[in-house]
Design a protein around this ligand. Structure first.
Ligand SMILES: [Zn+2]
Length: 803
């Protein structure tokens, strides 16, 4: 056990929390304290407009969806302010309202808004009414009990809490309530939501315990929420309860990290949002109680993620089936899950690990995730959201206005306003500069008040100027983070590496003189007797770097990603010749040039290089077409101009590209089907799978239809004589809803009548392989396959070839 000593720590301080406490009697917490976002005013062109957009667009529309979908009505009905049944789909829908209140509270601190504050008051009144006498708050059950138990969600048990470890999400909702309550209290000084939260937490504390209910939270987050309640109130019982919820995890599911004791876990497994929330809660308790076992476990897990399970964009969670972590090095690009919430959760975890250890590698991951996988989660307009954030698209992905399960938009709403809080951190004698963005900040370093001004055009430009204005001159260390990307490290641990070395070094000047500070834990440590107006100038080289992946990541073999500073670039359809980018091959020897385009995507740096398009020939070879320029944009900005092709990992060899299809009969056909969706082009794109559940290849499906006939039709450009047909089925069993169909039949159009072909071979239905049908030659212009879906499952098609 280690004691970090007595330090005042205010997580998100709008008000002083430990009123009257002196440094000596304040409780232990993180040895490094973040400078909260309320103390940092961004003046930059990158983040400040996004935070403003979050306040003016994201939060209002998120609330309006909560109104229109019935999420708020649920509180009104549970509170007796209206009548009826539970209005929404999921029992965790309450949590979205709490998360947006949290975001709105943060936002109020930057953009005071009496109207929004009044709206929150009304909302909090409704939440208070929905809370039962004894403090229980879960609108689904309360409403169901008004109807004799009818309408209780399938995921909940007739007894409170009983199914929380599985799916009821009772404690999950409350975790978000506690976080919202603390944010609202700190933003407004009002206790209204905090009192609701404390009444709830007291009930949870009464109901749960070693000799009472011993059910672990099925979706973690209450651990972090309880720690925040502890910090606000100083009541240790909330901290003990958080620890209880962590320590009872054992002998449960791997899906929610309950397969073994948390202190024995060494690998990141299961649902990635639950995982990162849990690791963050463990870090909080490790910081406060100096728990080495917790620290040890999360350090090993961190290594497992960073060395084996993270995407180059900082995204985590490779697979959709479990919304979470897959096997090490299994990181497919087109089907990458990389949930926006998981990016946010991983930022929470890495920030906490930095506050514990003061090492820059945690901020390296945080920065990479922030600029890429997290930022991709929201459109430039602030009103469209990605749930998964894939690294490759054939046009099938699009940000949505809202989701039935709305965790991601509400998480964006609460995360974005807090971004300035990740820039600085302090101890009594150290000032950490973690992120680079123009801002003015004012905060306390121990007893010393200090003002700081940062000027930079980062991430487009690597020059950063920092001016310090301590109220009284004094000696302390300024620790400037030297990002991995500035010293030839693409990511800590080497899962991805820069191709070649950049010899250009970063430069640091103090008041105009070049200095060579000691680098400790990834920070250039500048010790100095600081006085008003002292200036540090840093110049980071920002060359365009090619990144290569560990060769165990199969999907990235023979390809490179392009990185500049922390920003990962991609090729997207509108910027490139024919709208195709999946078929591009990069010229390995090509130079890169960069330019700022003020009119593109609200102003962005683009990278230009050169390469070739590829096309498959009728003989099956791949041709390089004449050389052309390739334009790359920051990955986070893709899909702001409509859906289409996008690719982060660019092939260096033609074998790794997806060539333009050969001009086959199928490719030149007009394709129609019983369900017209944007997935239909997959059936004749000549992009062939390796097996029936190959998510790296696009496919067409009829899900959720089942137990009926469906069809796909080709209308040829001109009549052709054909005598064979080949089909490759999609089958995502055992988890998904598609299986190979029961049967299929091939027809051709003759005199406006569909006739079956005269088969010369048997009809087969094969998983993980082709079904080839030979038939008597017919000269036709239109053919069709009819597909009989099985009784319990839908079906899908990767490719349909006719010859
Ligand atoms: Zn989410």
């Amino acid at each position: 056990m280690k004691n970090y000593g007595a330090l005042i720590y205010v997580f998100i301080a709008g008000t002083i929390l430990f009123g009257g406490c002196s440094a000596e009697d304040s409780p232990a917490d993180y040895p490094i304290r973040p400078v909260t976002f309320t103390s940092v005013k961004l003046t930059d062109n990158f983040w400040a407009p996004r935070i403003k957009k979050n306040a003016s667009v994201t939060i209002p529309i998120a609330f309006s969806y909560c109104e229109s979908t019935g999420r708020i009505k649920n509180f009104e009905i549970a509170g007796g302010l209206d009548t009826g049944r539970f209005r929404t789909i999921y029992p965790f829908d309450d949590s979205d309202v709490f998360k947006i209140i949290e975001g709105a509270s943060y936002s109020l601190q930057t953009f005071p808004d009496p109207q929004l504050e009044a709206y929150l008051d009304t909302l909090i009144y409704k939440i208070g009414m929905a809370q039962e006498e004894d403090g229980y708050l879960y609108t689904n059950r309360t409403i169901a009990e008004m109807h004799g138990g009818e309408g209780l969600h399938d995921w909940a048990s007739p007894n409170r809490w009983e199914l929380d470890s599985i799916l009821s999400h009772e404690l999950y909702n409350l975790g978000h309530l506690y976080e919202a309550a603390v944010a609202h209290f700190q933003a407004t000084g009002k206790r209204s939501l905090l009192d609701i939260a404390l009444k709830s937490a007291d009930l949870v504390d009464k109901d749960f315990g070693p000799d009472r209910v011993k059910v672990y939270p099925g979706h973690q987050v209450i651990e972090m929420g309880l720690v925040k309640l502890y910090r606000v109130t100083g009541e240790k019982k909330y901290l003990d309860l958080a620890r209880f919820f962590l320590d009872i995890r054992d002998n449960g599911d791997m899906y929610n990290q309950a397969h073994m004791k948390v202190v024995d876990q060494t690998e990141a497994v299961g649902h990635s949002v639950r995982a990162t929330y849990m690791y963050s809660g463990m870090a909080d308790i490790a910081a406060i109680e100096g728990d080495e076992d917790y620290l040890d476990a999360i350090s090993k897990i961190w290594e497992d993620i960073v060395c084996r399970k993270i995407y180059i964009t900082g995204g985590i969670g490779a697979t959709g089936g479990n919304e979470g972590f897959a096997e090490p090095y299994f990181l497919p690009n087109m089907s990458a899950y990389c949930e926006t919430c998981a990016s946010i959760g991983d930022i929470f975890t890495n920030h906490r690990l930095f506050l514990l250890h003061g090492e820059s590698k945690y901020i390296d991951i945080l920065e990479k995730t922030l600029y890429n996988s997290m930022l991709s989660g929201v459109s430039l307009s602030g009103d469209r959201f990605f749930y998964p954030n894939p690294l490759e698209s054939n046009g099938q992905h699009s940000r949505q206005a809202w989701f039935g399960c709305a965790c991601c938009p509400s998480n964006v709403a609460r995360f974005v306003p807090a971004i300035p809080g990740y820039i600085y951190a302090v101890t009594d004698k150290d000032l950490y500069v973690n992120l680079f963005a123009s801002n003015n900040a004012e905060f306390m370093m121990g007893e010393r008040k200090i003002r700081i001004a940062q000027r930079t055009d980062f991430p487009w430009d690597g020059n950063v100027e920092i001016s310090l204005f301590p109220e009284t001159p004094g000696r302390f260390s300024v620790r400037i983070r030297i990002p991995g990307w500035a010293v030839n490290e693409a990511i800590p641990c080497g899962l991805y590496k820069f191709d070649g070395k950049n010899d250009e070094d970063y430069l640091i000047q103090l008041n105009g003189d070049t200095i060579i500070p000691l680098v400790e834990n990834g920070y250039a440590v500048i010790e100095h007797k600081w006085d008003k107006g002292d200036q540090i100038a840093i110049s980071f080289p920002l060359p365009v770097r090619k990144v290569k992946a560990d060769e165990r990541i199969r999907d990235d073999i023979g390809k490179v990603a392009i990185q500049r500073g922390p920003v990962i670039y991609c090729a997207e359809w509108p910027d490139n010749n024919t709208g195709n980018v999946l078929n591009l091959v990069l010229d390995e020897n090509a130079q890169f040039s960069t330019e700022f385009d003020p009119s593109l995507l609200n102003g962005t740096q683009v990278i230009k290089t050169s390469g070739w398009q590829t096309r498959r020939t009728l003989e099956g070879n791949v041709d390089l077409l004449p050389g052309e320029y390739i334009t790359l944009i920051p990955y986070a900005l893709w899909n702001n101009r409509g859906p289409g092709q996008m690719r982060v990992w660019l092939p260096l060899v033609r074998e790794r590209a997806r060539p333009l299809p050969a001009p086959t009969i199928a490719f030149n056909s007009r394709v129609t089907a019983s369900r017209m969706t944007n997935l239909l082009p997959a059936v004749n794109d000549q992009d062939l799978p390796e097996h029936s559940n190959d998510r790296s290849v696009s496919y067409y499906h009829w899900w959720p239809a089942k137990d009926q006939w469906e069809w796909i039709q080709y209308d040829f450009e001109k009549p052709h004589t054909i005598s064979s047909s080949m089909i490759y089925w999609f089958d995502d069993g055992p988890d998904g809803g598609c299986r190979i169909p029961d049967a299929w039949e091939m027809l051709y159009l003759s005199d406006n009548i569909w006739k079956p072909v005269r088969a010369r071979t048997k009809y087969t239905v094969t998983k993980n392989g082709w079904d080839t049908l030979n038939f008597s030659p017919v000269r036709v212009s239109s053919v069709k396959i009819k597909v009989r879906l099985s009784r319990d499952f839908s079906a899908g098609v990767y490719e349909w070839i006719v010859r």
